[in-house]
Design a protein around this ligand. Sequence first.
Ligand SMILES: Cc1cc2nc3c(=O)[nH]c(=O)nc-3n(C[C@H](O)[C@H](O)[C@H](O)COP(=O)(O)OP(=O)(O)OC[C@H]3O[C@@H](n4cnc5c(N)ncnc54)[C@H](O)[C@@H]3O)c2cc1C
Length: 398
Amino acid sequence: MRGLNRPPVECTACRARIYWPSSYPYPNEPDTVEANSYEPPPLVTSCPRCQNPVNTADAYPVLSDYPPRFNELRNAWNGFAAEYEFNRQTPEDQLSSIDLCNLPHDLYTGDGRVASVLCKRPDGTEERAVGKVFVIAAHGVETPKLLLQSRTEPRPAGVANSSDQVGRNLMDHPTQLSWALAGERMWNYRGPLSTAGIESGRAGDWRAERPSFRIQISNSGWGWPTGAPHSTVADLWKRGLRGAALDSALVDHSAREFTLACMTEQLPSAENRVVPDYEKRDALGWPRPRIHFRIDEYTRRGLEHARSVHQRIFAAMKSSDISHDKDIKPAGHLMGTYRMGNDPKQSVVDANLRSHDHANLFLLGSGVFPTGGASNPTLTIAALALRAVGEIKRGLGN
Ligand SMILES: Cc1cc2nc3c(=O)[nH]c(=O)nc-3n(C[C@H](O)[C@H](O)[C@H](O)COP(=O)(O)OP(=O)(O)OC[C@H]3O[C@@H](n4cnc5c(N)ncnc54)[C@H](O)[C@@H]3O)c2cc1C
């Protein structure tokens, strides 16, 4: 069961051999910290046995595909920033509303292009950013809220919203967490949160009945579901363990803690949406987001299936102390609130992330995903950003 496809690392202090768990076939998961052509691999936390810092550089799988993409993104951005002077916001600035040039204070003639963005600071001062091209990348809740709250008489439904799709189709990857104590020590709590997953659940006939899914194999013990290792210390303490006995029980428990997180596909639904709540305002006076979000039976069947798969894996690992979370956990993968499409009547941006309604407005991020699949979104976000950069540069050149 031990790390057959990755070499163990030896702790330089206590000589413990530290393994990756891996009797089940699973591919490596793209992870930026593994992109060692981009940044050197990190020194990882510590040896689970003696707490000595352990350099896992040798054990990290080297990804041949993704690092160049990250380099490409970084180079594209650096070149872009150097080539053009643009109004840089400070981290404290908040985008607050967008003006279109067909308003009375037009800077250009009324061709539907964005003319300026109003920014507000915590001290209440405001600044208006004027430019040729505007890029909003404030993620799946704030971007649609910003567009919707920028209401004007000619556009009462907000900016970029002639399709009435802004804010709709909010999706996540609803997650089933299950955790257990493996039959033998696996030495978790090292490296990135996850470096591998079971990816074979993405496509199949079953999608007529239940969603696609992927199972993330966690490297962080029971950290996500229970708050371990703190919760483990508290439990062992309550059982009366102290000193060396507590230390040794903690090492054994932590080394065997194992968590599976099954992330499922959620279908887009126009009713799952973000709107500005004009009754509830933040400290700057801007409306807070109001979110309507429901998980339907299709996704719930996937979560039920996940529990049975997890149970089979735990049994094969001779695990004990098996738990399946009764609550559905969010994955934090916000998607879908300004969807991409060819038809301006049914979507907000085109394939280059350009607003159908406003030729100089680009909306980046996973808000453009028309469907959510089951895979983590951020590499796709980066790939789409690379695609948009070309169009944005062309816009600045014209
Ligand atoms: C706990 C957790 C774990 C995750 N794990 C993974 C993972 O393993 N793999 C994966 O692929 N994805 C993961 N994700 C998702 C990932 O974090 C997002 O997909 C990614 O961060 C989205 O990038 P973004 O640049 O579009 O948005 P963000 O990273 O959210 O950036 C948006 C930026 O806009 C700023 N902003 C917001 N509103 C305004 C405003 N009004 N004015 C000015 N600035 C504003 C914010 O401060 C922020 O800096 C995880 C998410 C969470 C929450």
